[in-house]
Design a protein around this ligand. Structure first.
Ligand SMILES: Cc1cc2nc3c(=O)[nH]c(=O)nc-3n(C[C@H](O)[C@H](O)[C@H](O)COP(=O)(O)OP(=O)(O)OC[C@H]3O[C@@H](n4cnc5c(N)ncnc54)[C@H](O)[C@@H]3O)c2cc1C
Length: 267
């Protein structure tokens, strides 16, 4: 049977992670870890007692403690796309437990809130025995998405344009994700000045899609550029097949949902 550990400070948690390495499972809300990591762990570290549930706002930007729950996001954040993503995660009971930190490491096709955070170009901060380390969420995923220590905080600026999040599921609520997309587009003289496109269920981790962004920047947001971005996203992603959907279907839904999100922004 696994040993249950309950650190009382970030320093103590960092020490436990360093001491037990890969035999230790971190558990926040436990809605994913209880199935995927706890059964294989020798040590289980619960982090709810560390009270990482603060939400700080500054000039449109946000700083979220990694223990902020989906219910907190749904009820008290000023960014509708983040609220929409949180509202789509399971039902109300699950949303009371599930945290934003856990969502960043959730097994694909999950990670819906992480997809919106990617489109907001968020940073993640880890605490370890070597101190604090902050990096872009996109770079963290590109490097393999393995946490180095305890995720304590997620920071993002105000959206740099219009932000739309769409989830493809079999039902509107309480339904597993087939794919999810978040698009943030800013305009400059009638053309796309900046674009941040993020995809979920489309790869091993949530991903930023540079090819789709390049298909948009400098162009008018019209049928031609939207079609090019949707095709680029479908070509760039590498989804898997599971009991929810096939790789073939996911790739098609990436193109369809990104096209829909961009058309919504184009108005
Ligand atoms: C019925 C059901 C439906 C679901 N539907 C959705 C859905 O629609 N969309 C979706 O995105 N997800 C969904 N999920 C998955 C999951 O509930 C969410 O992704 C949730 O946000 C995970 O958060 P948690 O706090 O429960 O994470 P946990 O289960 O506690 O942990 C998840 C992973 O993150 C790691 N971890 C957690 N916190 C930290 C930290 N601070 N530092 C380092 N590592 C950490 C854990 O070790 C584990 O590997 C669903 C789950 C269930 C059971």
């Amino acid at each position: 049977m696994a040993e249950y550990l309950q650190p009382e400070s970030l320093e103590e948690a960092a020490g436990m992670i360093a001491a037990h390495g890969s035999s230790l499972a971190i558990v926040a809300g436990g809605t994913s870890a209880m199935r995927f990591v706890v059964p294989y762990a020798e040590h289980v570290m619960g982090v709810r007692g560390l009270d990482m549930t603060a939400i700080e706002r500054s000039s449109g930007g946000l700083s979220l403690g990694s223990g902020v729950t989906m219910s907190q996001i749904r009820e008290s954040l000023p960014i509708p796309a983040l609220q929409e993503a949180a509202r789509g995660i399971g039902g109300p009971a699950l949303q009371n437990m599930a945290t934003v930190g856990g969502n960043i490491f959730a097994h694909q096709p999950y990670g819906d809130v992480a997809v919106v955070l990617l489109a907001l170009d968020a940073t993640v901060t880890f605490s370890s025995v070597n101190g604090e380390q902050t990096q872009k969420l996109a770079e963290f995923y590109e490097a393999g998405g393995e946490p180095d220590g305890l995720l304590t905080r997620i920071d993002c600026a105000a959206p740099g344009g219009e932000l739309v999040y769409l989830k493809c599921g079999r039902r509107r609520f309480n339904s597993p994700t087939v794919v999810s997309v978040a698009a943030c587009v800013g305009f400059d003289n009638g053309h796309v000045g900046n674009a941040c496109i993020a995809l979920g269920g489309a790869s091993k981790h949530p991903m930023r899609c540079a090819a789709a962004e390049q298909a948009l920047v400098g162009k008018a947001l019209d049928d031609a550029s939207i079609g090019a971005a949707a095709d680029a996203a479908a070509a760039a992603c590498s989804p898997g097949t599971d009991s929810v959907a096939t790789e073939w279907y996911r790739r098609r839904m990436v193109a369809t949902y990104l096209g829909r999100a961009l058309k919504q922004i184009a108005g």
